[in-house]
Design a protein around this ligand. Sequence first.
Ligand SMILES: NC(=O)C1=CN([C@@H]2O[C@H](COP(=O)(O)OP(=O)(O)OC[C@H]3O[C@@H](n4cnc5c(N)ncnc54)[C@H](OP(=O)(O)O)[C@@H]3O)[C@@H](O)[C@H]2O)C=CC1
Ligand SMILES: CC(=O)[C@@H](O)[C@H](O)COP(=O)(O)O
Ligand SMILES: [Mn+2]
Length: 421
Amino acid sequence: MRDVVILGSTGSIGTQALEVIGDRRELFRVVGLAAGGSNIKLLARQVLDFAPAVVGVSRASAVQDLQLALYAEVSRRGWNKGEVTLPKIVAGPAAPNELAGMACDVVLNGITGSAGLPATLTTLAQGTTLALANKESLVIGGALVTGAAADGQIVAVDSEHSAIAQCLRGGRAEEVDRLIVTASGGPFRGMTRDQMADVTPEQALAHPTWNMGRVITTNSATLVNKGLEVLEAHLLYGIDLDRIDVVVHPQSMIHSMVQFTDGSTLAQCSPPDMKLPIALGLSWPDRLADVSRPVDWSRANTWTFEPLDNEAFPAVDLIRRAGATGGTAPAVLNAANEECVDAFHEGRIGFTRIIDIVTEVVDQHLGEELADSQPQAGRRDGVEDGSDVGSRWTSSSDLTVEAVLESDGWARRRAAELCRS
Ligand SMILES: NC(=O)C1=CN([C@@H]2O[C@H](COP(=O)(O)OP(=O)(O)OC[C@H]3O[C@@H](n4cnc5c(N)ncnc54)[C@H](OP(=O)(O)O)[C@@H]3O)[C@@H](O)[C@H]2O)C=CC1
Ligand SMILES: CC(=O)[C@@H](O)[C@H](O)COP(=O)(O)O
Ligand SMILES: [Mn+2]
């Protein structure tokens, strides 16, 4: 029996994790659930279905709503109030962090965005296995996260990284030549930048193969998701960025590959279904039975591969550049992107402005010399125009949580200004 804490339980990853667990109650016990607080009714149903000891909501004002929703749900089910033991409720922005510190076997971090960083670090400090869907925390924390993790303590839930882990299993590090990360190409594959200028949020959310939350789906459309995944693979598996390729594979059947030094390539394939990597994340290194439908080899399948169009989708190159620079650069990039994704969905900027603004914010953070040389640590930007003095690039070796959070805050403010202009 594994005791599990699920962070982001009301989201796409969280709800699928609870489906996996719900079908295997003899293997897993949910001891903690946490969510942001925007879907209290669902959280209340999850609490009554899984009876965790503790439930966390990041929106402090949601406590009373949750209590009311719990009582309403108890009544709706016709349960006797006196016989129901309700969990301890913790509230406020630190709630996921508190749950990550609980004694348990696995914490699944399915929070979206940079808000997942404290919980990732707390889980690792606690010595608990981290099933990691929240790629942003790894990408922005960089060496802070990898340095805090023992060997094998982070188990990738992201489909590409789970695929790579499965291909690497049992092999020797020196036999690995390259990693090949597959990308669906998103809903705008084949379009030019000009053609993408007027696409709508609805179109951006129409992912061709996966059903996911709003931020990651938008990131798949801009290819920011793939850039983050290249950095994620670099940090998880210690392979240099220039030995990680991206190939567009619109069917999302092969989830990534490892090429070995003798010329052999191993690929992991299965129809697109996140339950597979989620289940592996919860049960690693063991596989659970009957998690997902396998490939149907009795019918004709056509799987295609094409190079990424870096001109139409500059995000991967930009993120490689931020990753190679390291330090606070990935945090700035990610925060500016999160801000721009919101602005796009609120109709404040067009689709192609997302990557333009993210590029501008990263360049400002690093200084104009970024294009061809190392940025200067300690440089402050925005001073000249009086807009903001909070940007200070910190190198990977000097990185602290405070520096990451400060850069994240500055990048959000700067991106918001650019979205207004
Ligand atoms: N969905 C997928 O198939 C995949 C997702 N991922 C990664 O997994 C993570 C989650 O993605 P996804 O499930 O799609 O996202 P969703 O938007 O569907 O869900 C996000 C979850 O995080 C919660 N949340 C948001 N902010 C906070 C906060 N500050 N504190 C606590 N909880 C918070 C939300 O709560 P509430 O409902 O209350 O807002 C919700 O439960 C992302 O990092 C994504 O990149 C990776 C691979 C595949
Ligand atoms: C399911 C998953 O892991 C997502 O990260 C997915 O890969 C997104 O699809 P794209 O390849 O379009 O980014
Ligand atoms: Mn992925």
